[in-house]
Ligand binder design. Structure first.
Ligand SMILES: [Ca+2]
Ligand SMILES: [Ca+2]
Length: 270
């Protein structure tokens, strides 16, 4: 009986452990090399659309949300943020998180920990707000060197804005197909449009757990670097309608047939 009791307790502990472990989301990146221009390349279509809509402490009005898609190749990781935001900040803020901005966090270390002592980084990019000049905010061992060559492009869109980032893997990490890395995606939402105040914060993962993403990688989500790649659809011959070239060919055949008939007529006259 005693043994059964301890077995039941062990089973309960295993269940509790698996519940806490399942708090992290798992996402998929696709293989590809995009152009960093703030426009979504077709290559991103092979990547998972990761929703960023978990409202931290329900502080935001919920009108801002977004998706992120990730690509990778042997040199860099690329992130495309597509943000729905009805009111853009009126001007840039010295600390980017106090105006409309997005953040990508990555953890390339063997085990999670303090962002400043492991191969991890917080990359904060400004939205396309008036007066914004290119630059990064952030921290972490990866950011210390990576932010010198990483770039991004922010553009205004019909529904808000988009930000496209390229971040080098760095010399301390070699990406491989099916590798799993730590990631977090975040939107700093200036919802009254007055720069200097951040009304909302949205995360892709567990917002309460990822609030400390700038400090610790413990609550990051998981991203698999898949070898999936976008392939452009091939046009179906069966459904193809005659185009101008085809019509020209038909006309030429008709013309040939007519001249053939003329030759026949000539032969008859002889
Ligand atoms: Ca692009
Ligand atoms: Ca805004």
């Amino acid at each position: 009986m005693k043994k059964l009791g301890s077995l039941a307790l062990a089973a309960l502990m295993v269940t509790a452990l698996s519940i806490s472990a399942s708090a992290a989301n798992s996402y998929k990146a696709a293989t590809g090399t995009p152009t960093i221009d703030g426009k979504m390349d077709d290559a991103y279509k092979a990547a998972e659309a990761i929703s960023i809509s978990n409202n931290l402490k329900s502080a935001g009005d919920g009108k801002t949300s977004g998706t992120a898609r990730v690509l990778w190749d042997d040199k860099n990781i690329y992130v495309f943020f597509d943000i729905t935001d009805p009111i853009l900040s009126d001007k840039a803020a010295a600390t980017y998180w106090q105006a409309d901005s997005v953040e990508f966090f990555l953890d390339l270390a063997a085990a999670p920990g303090d962002i400043t002592t492991i191969n991890a980084g917080q990359y904060t990019a400004q939205g396309p707000v008036p007066g914004a000049e290119f630059g990064w905010n952030g921290r972490g061992q990866h950011w210390d060197t990576g932010s010198k060559t990483a770039t991004y492009k922010s553009v205004v869109t019909d529904k808000g804005y988009a930000v496209e980032m390229v971040i080098p893997w760095g010399s301390n990490y070699t990406p491989k197909a099916d590798a799993v890395i730590g990631v977090a995606f975040h939107i700093n939402s200036d919802e009254d449009g007055k720069s200097g105040t951040r009304e909302g914060e949205y995360f892709a993962g567990d917002a309460a757990a990822q609030e400390k993403a700038w400090s610790s990688t413990e609550a990051y989500d998981k991203l698999t670097l898949t070898s999936e790649r976008y392939v452009a659809p091939v046009e179906q011959e069966e459904t193809k309608t005659p185009d101008t070239a085809d019509m020209g060919l038909i006309a030429a055949i008709a013309s040939l047939a007519a001249s053939g008939a003329a030759v026949l007529n000539l032969k008859k006259r002889k």
